[in-house]
Design a protein around this ligand. Structure first.
Ligand code: NDP
Length: 449
């Protein structure tokens, strides 16, 4: 990993000052700035025209009150966010996160990452992110519906198929997208299918969207492994989380012949040396919205549950953090390396802390950053927008084939860019530079905007 070039240091200081206390945003910006020193040496116009400064400042930030009524007839208040980061390449595009930890700094880091990720897909989508500190856990369907409707009563003014197209993220799946789409439709008196992605198939969703982020991450890992003349066959894999990304990452690993032996939720992790029974995980998590601990009683055998603790203590060759930001630190990285890990890919956004990334790279572990490895979700959202625009609905195979091509393409551009800039195998640098250059070129062509 590079240090931040002297010329770029004032930019980071401004970001830290202007966005005081938003530590996740500082962390994401620092990581990108570390990669850009090499770019401004070759393209001084980017620094002369203050392109980096402009890219680091969101175009618009919206914060709003979300009042709703719970099942006890009590009024509840949450805070809603939408950060419209960059629209140089297309309408803002990025998910909505509902989790009690959400604040403006987290949304800003996610929107910043999203801008480069979306650029890497090569599709016409800008970057944005949003959400709320609302916790859907333990809420009834009706409570979730009332919250989503109230959230959309404000958000609808700021979105549209040519303006900003939200999707799901942590705590936001097809149920929540359905409630929000229904309210958007009423408020606008318009069937604008392309205003949200992650919709159910019955009203304009795309096949393979639910699977796309997890599948895409595994396609990316497969490309990295191929470069080292190996594959998933028989390899021990550990996947953190047991939500949307984790479940479909596990499914594709298994399809490629890998063996997933552990997964988790925020309560702890399960280890099943016989190989995780994915149908059971889906039953617990997707059908019943239950806890991963239940797996052990239902499965029996040698499966065990470890409350709290670190899933990264489980020895494996391939590790996919697919839960949340900063879930894998330096100590975990060292343990993974001692236990023989050969590849780590971020299914989640920024799950590895900067020191962990450094440790992986120094040890020669293949490391795929989230903005490249988990871009399959948003890429398939863009495919959903294409289908909506042409009033078409593609087969699962066709959609998955396009997803696979996009992921192989992202791998190629990250790999080639890293080589071109003198850092072979450094996918972090490759992704940051390739994503940045696409956005910067478009902005440069549009004048000072
Ligand atoms: P889900 O809500 O479906 O699942 C999240 C999983 O992570 C759950 O198992 C959850 O456990 C766990 N988790 C969440 N927060 C924490 C925490 N603070 N500590 C420990 N575990 C936690 O979300 P997704 O699978 O959609 O998203 C996972 C990650 O992938 C996020 O970083 C998201 O930004 C990223 N991502 C998602 C995309 C998508 O298409 N969905 C696209 C690209 C990236 P519990 O249920 O106990 O909270």
């Amino acid at each position: 990993m590079d240090h931040i070039a002297e010329k770029l240091q004032p930019i980071l200081r401004t970001i830290e000052h202007r966005n005081a206390g938003e530590v996740e945003f500082h962390q994401a910006a620092r990581e990108v700035l570390e990669s850009l020193g090499r770019v401004i040496e070759r393209h001084p116009q980017y620094s002369d025209e203050a392109l980096i400064e402009r890219i680091c400042e969101p175009e618009r930030q919206i914060i709003f009150r979300v009042p709703w009524i719970d099942d006890k007839n009590q009024v509840q208040i949450n805070r809603g966010f939408r950060v419209q980061f960059n629209s140089a390449l297309g309408p803002y595009k990025g998910g909505l996160r509902f989790h009690p930890s959400v604040n403006v700094g987290i949304i800003k880091f996610l929107g910043f990452e999203q801008t480069f990720k979306n650029a890497l897909t090569g599709m016409p989508i800008g970057g944005g992110k949003g959400g709320s500190d609302f916790d859907p856990k333990g809420k009834s369907d009706r409570e979730v519906m009332r919250f989503c409707q109230s959230f959309m009563i404000e958000l609808h003014r700021h979105i549209g198929e040519y303006v900003d197209v939200p999707a799901g993220d942590i705590g936001v799946g097809a149920r929540e997208i359905g409630f929000m789409f229904g309210m958007f439709k009423r408020l606008n008196n318009r069937y604008e299918a392309g205003v949200l992605t992650g919709k159910a198939l019955s009203y304009g969703g795309s096949r393979a969207r639910k699977e796309a982020t997890g599948f895409g991450t595994v396609y990316f890992v497969q490309s990295m492994l191929e470069r080292r003349n190996t594959g998933f066959d028989g390899k021990r894999c550990v996947v953190s989380g047991s939500g949307n990304v984790a479940i479909y990452a596990m499914e594709k690993i298994m399809a490629f012949g890998g063996k997933v032996i552990a997964c988790s939720d925020s309560g702890g992790y399960i280890v099943d040396e016989a190989g995780i029974d994915l149908d059971l995980v889906k039953q617990i998590k997707e059908t019943r919205r239950g806890r991963i601990a239940e797996y052990v009683d239902l499965k029996g055998g040698a499966a065990r549950f470890v409350k709290g603790g670190s899933i990264w203590d489980v020895p494996c060759e391939i590790a996919l953090p697919c839960a949340t930001q900063n879930e894998l630190g330096a100590a975990a990285a060292k343990t993974l390396i001692e236990n023989g890990v050969i590849a780590v890919a971020e299914g989640a956004n920024m799950p590895c802390m900067p020191q962990a990334v450094q440790i992986f790279q120094a040890a020669g572990v293949l490391f795929a950053p989230g903005k490249a490895a988990n871009a399959g979700g948003v890429a398939t959202s863009a495919l959903e927008m294409q289908q909506n625009a042409s009033r078409d609905s593609w087969s699962f195979d066709k959609t998955e084939k396009k997803l696979a091509e996009i992921m192989y393409g992202i791998h190629e551009i990250c790999h080639e860019t890293a080589e071109e800039y003198g850092a072979p195998d450094n996918y972090v640098l490759g992704a940051n530079i390739a994503g940045f250059v696409r956005v910067a070129e478009a902005m440069d062509a549009m004048g000072i905007i």
